[in-house]
Write a protein that binds this ligand. Structure first.
Ligand code: RB5
Length: 146
């Protein structure tokens, strides 16, 4: 991972509070956080927010991304449409570490209506502290990209 430790966050209206809590948590750990919002609670469209965050990661502007919607599912589907993005929805810490270690995920999606704040922060920590293992897993990730 690059030394700059720059991470992008975005969500739809269903996850504003949790996204902002995660943003503070990550910033406290020394990451430069690019928070794309939104900040007001009007209903909005998760594909737009998933795409915006994914493009920051795909372009190299940010090394990693964390996105949220009510379930984490819709915004994950949108992010994965952007070439070069590997995003998984996680509701447990084991999966959050494994998507980095085996799948070289560059984005994490969380459902604000699925997990509570404490678990969400643990999921974020597991994702950020895990490293891609390479080797046979790199062969498989290359197959995804192809
Ligand atoms: C919004 O109500 C909800 O559909 C959205 O946050 C998300 O759960 C979609 O996948």
């Amino acid at each position: 991972m690059s030394d700059s430790k720059r991470i992008v966050l975005s969500s739809d209206h269903a996850a504003i509070d949790l996204r902002q809590t995660i943003a503070r948590h990550i910033a406290d750990k020394g990451w430069e956080v690019v928070d794309l919002g939104p900040t007001t609670p009007e209903s909005t469209h998760y594909p737009l927010h998933g795409q915006a965050a994914a493009e920051r990661v795909a372009s190299g502007d940010c090394q990693l991304g964390i996105i949220l919607c009510g379930t984490g599912q819709g915004i994950m589907m949108a992010a994965n449409k952007v070439k070069g993005i590997r995003c998984g929805v996680c509701s447990d810490t084991f999966s959050a570490a494994m998507i980095r270690q085996h799948n070289n995920a560059n984005m994490l999606s969380i459902g604000s209506r699925v997990v509570g704040e404490g678990l969400a922060l643990s999921i974020v920590d597991a994702f950020l502290s895990a490293e891609f293992e390479g080797g046979r897993h790199a062969t498989r990730v290359d197959m995804i990209e192809a």
